[in-house]
Design a protein around this ligand. Structure first.
Ligand SMILES: *[C@@H]1O[C@H](CO)[C@@H](O)[C@H](O)[C@H]1NC(C)=O
Ligand SMILES: *[C@@H]1O[C@H](CO)[C@@H](O)[C@H](O)[C@H]1NC(C)=O
Ligand SMILES: *[C@@H]1O[C@H](CO)[C@@H](O)[C@H](O)[C@H]1NC(C)=O
Length: 342
């Protein structure tokens, strides 16, 4: 199993000598690709840029935290663990051909998992294997990254890897060979994009105006340290599970130099109209049923098998989709990216 190799790589890298480094790793198939953003622009139909969304099918444009209860409003989830009605979303990748037209880049399932595109989701309890983390409360939501970013950030929370033909799903911590910029050359195994959420919470607020300041990365960490064992700052003392998103973009059908820009520059563009790559971001709206996430964290569930949780088949997860709300061409060769004028 690939996640075992991954966990092993992490153990070696972080110098954990004994035992397994538990991390839940499971797939959430594509729920919908739509121009909605209930966290940053609630109620806006359409939102400024296109997202790809996974999780519970109660996802919609507004999702008012005071009234929208994800577990009871959803009738299915696209995630492996059927008590997880959370929503997770990211920007969408496009290919810009030499003739100036755009085509959406499809996604594929991460190694060892079965899904229809979507996102591979990780939940990691405390890295020391002893202390417990506090699961999120209903209404909790957060955001990583900046859709307007035009330069690399100081902490490596959002990154890309140019994947080799097979394997190398190691080191999901945004360390080398990953980069905040989109890879410069053709990637035989597609492009992996990783988004790492903070692991410290202020213990009070389930959200904040910027959707970030109620959470923080541990002191002394690089923002990206997987299962970061560092102490939480006094302002954000409560350890929460580390959520990470991994998205595999199937750039392979576009590996044809004759349709790449003549100057050899890389042709991929985020749906934020960003060809550098710094604007990729991830949004999370917590929606696990009851205390299921807490149980899974306390049980140190590992991989995509967890006796503390209810699991559904990949087929059932793939059946959970919803129709797009914003009607626009997202699949053809188009002269612009949805919502972008240039
Ligand atoms: C979203 O769902 C909630 C509850 O399920 C509903 O009250 C609300 O009207 C919906 N909003 C939109 C924009 O569809
Ligand atoms: C632009 O190039 C792509 C890739 O070769 C091709 O599929 C598409 O039809 C072209 N569009 C136009 C308008 O020439
Ligand atoms: C963590 O939670 C488990 C299960 O509830 C419990 O047995 C264990 O004592 C807790 N550990 C600490 C350090 O609180």
């Amino acid at each position: 199993m690939q996640w075992k190799a991954l966990a092993l790589a992490l153990l070696v890298e972080r110098g954990f000598g004994q035992g397994m480094f538990p991390m839940m790793r499971f797939s959430c198939s594509q729920l919908v690709v739509d121009r909605l953003d209930p966290l940053v622009t609630p109620g806006s139909i359409p939102s400024p840029h296109l997202h790809q969304i996974v999780g519970g099918n109660s996802f919609n444009a507004s999702m008012d935290p005071a009234t929208h209860d994800l577990p009871s409003s959803s009738t299915c989830t696209s995630c492996t663990f059927s008590e997880d009605f959370s929503n997770y979303w990211t920007a969408v990748l496009f290919f810009k051909a030499r003739n100036g037209t755009y085509k959406r880049v499809p996604q594929f399932a991460s190694e060892g998992l079965r899904a229809d595109g979507g996102i591979t989701v990780y939940y990691i309890p405390a890295a020391d294997g002893r202390s417990n983390v506090t699961a999120f409360k209903p209404g909790f939501r957060m955001l990583v990254g900046d859709a307007a970013a035009t330069a690399p950030g100081s902490a490596r929370k959002v990154c890309h890897r140019c994947m080799p033909k097979t394997g190398d799903n190691s080191n999901i911590n945004c360390g080398a060979p990953d980069s905040q910029a989109l890879p410069a050359g053709q990637c035989a195994g597609g492009i992996r994009s990783v988004i790492t959420f903070p692991t410290c919470w202020d213990g009070v607020n389930t959200d904040s105006p910027d959707h970030m300041s109620h959470v923080a990365y541990p002191e002394g960490s690089n923002g990206n340290d997987v299962g970061a064992a560092g102490n939480c700052p006094a302002s954000h003392p409560v350890k929460i599970p580390q959520v990470m998103l991994e998205v595999m973009w199937d750039t392979r059908p576009f590996n044809d130099k004759s349709i790449w820009p003549e100057d050899g520059s890389q042709p991929f563009v985020w749906s934020t109209n960003d060809k550098d790559g710094y604007s990729q971001h991830g949004d999370y709206v917590f929606g696990w049923e009851g205390d299921s996430l807490q149980r899974a964290m306390d049980a140190r569930c590992n991989g995509a098998v967890c006796n503390a949780l209810k699991t559904q088949s990949s087929e059932a997860a793939m059946k959970c989709t919803k129709p797009r709300v914003v009607e626009e061409d997202i699949d053809g060769w188009t002269t612009s990216i949805p919502g972008q004028t240039m």
